[in-house]
Design a protein around this ligand. Structure first.
Ligand code: GLP
Length: 287
């Protein structure tokens, strides 16, 4: 029996066995990457309307959110039963502050789709008792059945959420202190540089690792080194995204610029282009 047929036969014998992979998808442009990302999210939400989505902020997922809004308006993609948990929020920033992640999500996604307000969760940067609040956030994720698909971006230094280099790879939702580099990178969202908070609440690396599928998007040359560290570097707390090498179902979508430092880019392109038909859709089990 040829190896593909054998693998297919095995899949049919063990239909509940989930395939494990880190899939690297190299698209020509951020727009094409955002569309591919939206297709994966749509597939989950259509198959499981009560899906739990983990969401990210930053400029990277903007195209993905635009594409999901389009699919909601034009294709009837229904978020009515979806629950969401965002990765992080600044400490001390009112949810109405223009640079808060609450406002970002409201303006770039929630105002334009039918996610129920009581199904939306973002860390509360104004909480008086941060440790208790963080424990409650973890409990809420568990009570919702865990995150089915976590959308992620990546910082220049390989951070995910706000888990800066050196973060425990087993960390949970907690208070983090931002690095000078991250404060600098994010000051563009604030009218005054002195206004950028130095502390945040972020899901931990361990929290992110428990998501059933991780969907990380990275676009542009500035992310090339972090992407190479994530996929081909050693697993190290110095590049928190590299821990996704241990995650069973991570999909990385990059454009050519962000892929430019991947040593095995040609191989990833070849794998993706030559995927056997049965693997194409089977690779995103719906849970
Ligand atoms: C912040 C966010 C991350 C995001 C990163 C990169 O640190 N907490 O979730 O991935 O910025 O942002 P951008 O997509 O704007 O490059």
């Amino acid at each position: 029996m040829d190896p593909l047929a054998a693998s297919l036969a095995l899949n049919q014998r063990f239909p509940n066995e989930d395939p494990s992979f880190m899939e690297v998808i190299i698209e020509s442009t951020p727009l094409a990457g955002s569309e591919t990302g939206a297709r994966i999210v749509e597939k989950l939400v259509r198959a499981k309307p009560e899906a739990v989505l983990g969401l990210a902020t930053g400029s990277t997922p903007l195209g993905l959110y635009r594409e999901l809004i389009r699919r909601h308006r034009e294709g009837g993609l229904d978020f009515g039963a979806v629950t969401t948990f965002n990765l992080d929020e600044y400490v001390g920033l009112d949810p109405r502050h223009p640079a808060s992640y609450h406002r970002f999500m409201q303006e770039n996604l929630f105002d334009h789709v039918n996610i129920r307000p009581d199904h939306i969760h973002l860390p509360d940067g104004m909480t008086a008792d941060i440790p208790a609040y963080c424990a409650g956030y973890e409990a809420a994720i568990r009570a919702a059945g865990g995150i089915g698909l976590q959308v992620l971006g990546i910082g220049h230094d390989g951070h995910i959420g706000f888990n800066e280099p050196g973060s425990s790879l087993g960390s949970r939702t907690r208070l983090k202190t931002l690095t000078a580099e991250t404060i600098e990178a994010n000051r563009r969202f604030f009218s005054d540089a002195g206004e950028v908070p130095h502390h945040v609440i972020t899901m931990g690396v361990g929290t992110i690792l428990e998501s059933r599928v991780c969907l990380l998007l990275a676009f542009g040359e500035a992310k090339a080194e972090a992407v190479a560290g994530m996929v081909e570097g050693p697993v190290t707390a110095m590049c928190p995204a590299s821990v996704l090498q241990l995650h069973p179902q991570t999909v990385l979508i990059v454009d050519e610029a962000a892929a430019s430092r991947l040593r095995r880019a040609d191989y990833y392109r070849y794998v993706y282009a030559n995927k056997p038909e049965f693997q194409r859709d089977a690779s995103f089990p719906v849970r």
